[in-house]
Design a protein around this ligand. Structure first.
Ligand code: C2E
Ligand code: MG
Ligand code: MG
Ligand code: MG
Length: 290
């Protein structure tokens, strides 16, 4: 039982020693954490924050990224770094990921953000989800259930998920693209995806990882890496998104290199639904950012 587990842990039972400090501070035990992650699905503790993406060409907000949070009653709101590893390990990321898609579809269908343009919503898909049997079919069912135009959705898949690019995975990615979804390679530059995949896989966007955006325009290495990514993108006919843009000089530099879309704290932190309308109004009414 849970009590027994807690008692064992207090005595220093070895089974718990593997937990990292950040998990310790959140939950007493892995058991408690897992039960909260499961309960959260039934109780509605998962919630989405939205971070805008801005198209450089016309400076318009062209979409948002849905980012998962866990809102535990009387404890507060937790970022994904604190719980996604266990969601992945336990397989719970599959139902939670379906919830993320469904919630995003509902938001689009009901136009809860009062959007006048058909903005595109990006959601993150993890390697575990991608490997799951029936993943494409489930996503298709959900999109059809809410009757959302698939062109309103973009899937962000981390580059690392593509390393073991099996035929099966390639088929799944093709099927997703055939549904009309656009695909983006997330955290691009941090993994080891082979260049052959860039040609073979149906991705339309490369999302440049924030670790390279961090040092521009001053850090020579970061500048070189981003230039190389831009060359790749041009040669392979991919669009580019830069994440983690925090300062104006980063924005100016990236715009100068021809990056298509930018996203980061400079424009807005990820925010709850209730704040998005105010953000959009404020964004339209000032040219402050540029
Ligand atoms: P990601 O997809 O690379 O998302 C970008 C992360 O960078 C977000 O962290 C965002 O809040 C943060 N960020 C955005 N702009 C800035 C900036 O200017 N500066 C800095 N320092 N950070 C910035 P978040 O929301 O904590 O998400 C972390 C990661 O968790 C995501 O990385 C993604 O891999 C994963 N994740 C989030 N939501 C989901 C989800 O629904 N499903 C899955 N499978 N993974 C998710
Ligand atoms: Mg992402
Ligand atoms: Mg990213
Ligand atoms: Mg990243």
């Amino acid at each position: 039982s849970e009590t027994a587990l807690r008692a064992a842990r207090k005595k220093g039972a070895s089974g718990f020693s593997a937990y990292s400090a950040h998990q310790e501070e959140l939950f007493e035990t892995r058991w408690e954490m897992l039960s909260i992650l499961k309960e959260g699905l039934k109780e509605g503790w998962y919630t989405l924050y939205y971070q805008p993406k801005i198209r450089v060409k016309d400076r318009k907000v062209v979409g948002f990224e849905s980012l998962l949070r866990l809102n535990i009653p009387r404890r507060g709101i937790y970022p994904p770094a604190k719980f996604i590893p266990l969601l992945e390990e336990s397989g719970l990321i599959v139902p939670v990921g379906e919830w993320v898609l469904a919630e995003t579809c509902k938001l689009i269908r009901d136009n809860r953000l009062d959007l006048s343009d058909p903005l595109v919503f990006s959601i993150n898909v993890s390697p575990t989800q991608l490997r799951e049997e029936g993943f494409v079919e489930r996503f298709q069912e959900i999109i059809e259930l809410f009757q959302v135009d698939p062109r309103r959705l973009r899937l962000e898949i981390t580059e690392n998920a593509l390393i073991d690019g099996t035929e099966q995975m390639i088929k799944k990615l093709m099927a997703l693209a055939d549904l009309g979804l656009s695909l983006s390679i997330d955290d691009f530059g941090t993994g080891f995806s082979s260049l052959a995949y860039l040609k073979r896989l149906p991705f339309s966007y490369l999302k440049i990882d924030y670790t390279f955006v961090f040092g521009v325009p001053d850090n020579r290495e970061d500048v070189d890496i981003i230039r190389a990514i831009m060359d790749l993108a041009r040669n392979f006919g991919k669009k580019t998104v830069a994440e983690g843009v925090e300062r104006k000089e980063q924005l100016i530099f990236l715009a100068g290199l021809g990056v298509d879309e930018v996203q980061g704290f400079y424009f807005a932190k990820p925010m709850p639904e209730a704040e998005v309308k105010d953000f959009l109004k404020a964004y339209r009414s000032e040219n402050f950012f540029w």
